[in-house]
Design a protein around this ligand. Sequence first.
Ligand code: CA
Length: 225
Amino acid sequence: MRLLLVEDDVMIGEAATQALRDAAWAVDWVRDLRNATLALGGSEYDAILLDLGLTDGDGSTLLQQLRAKNNRIPIIIVTARDLASDRIRGLDLGADDYVIKPFDMDELMARLRAVIRRKDGNASPILSNGIVSLDPATHEAWTANTERMLLPAREFALLEILLLKPGKIHSREALETGIYGWGEEIESNMIDYLVHAIRKKLGSSIIRNVRGAGWYVNVSVPNAG
Ligand code: CA
């Protein structure tokens, strides 16, 4: 899934980008409001991590603009401002969560998973179409016929995108956009390679292909394991 990180502190930005990419997020990092607005105009994101104190203004301006347009994208404010009044204001302006620096990276990622789960209307932390199940917290996948197994970051990222919308066909470009952030080299045939690797582990019928259109997982079947 694709994440926009708005952060002017280089050390925090670099560390967060690396940690999030290691955890299979496609991360685009911008350092000011102007570039955040440009990025949002050019790409679809699944969530935003938003600093407040930026060189060209306050992050809450962007938050207000997005909510005024009824944009429902999950937004977590990540800031050094730790007063209760700041937290209350941020949440009341439409942030989904508020994290104070210095923050624990694992906790931030758990909060990201939670806001995305809520946006997609899932109560369960496990993604499943009744055939294949995936745990976003541990990156483990399993079926009725296989043990739980840990998927490498990009195999996890691809299966996660498919399982968030069972039945929906995702094009090669859409999958690449969800897996690779800016500056990450996309090798040709990488999607084919990842699909092949997942099928080999979990079963050849787990991921379906529509020639020329893309890939999907079957719609949910209740009580099928
Ligand atoms: Ca800042």
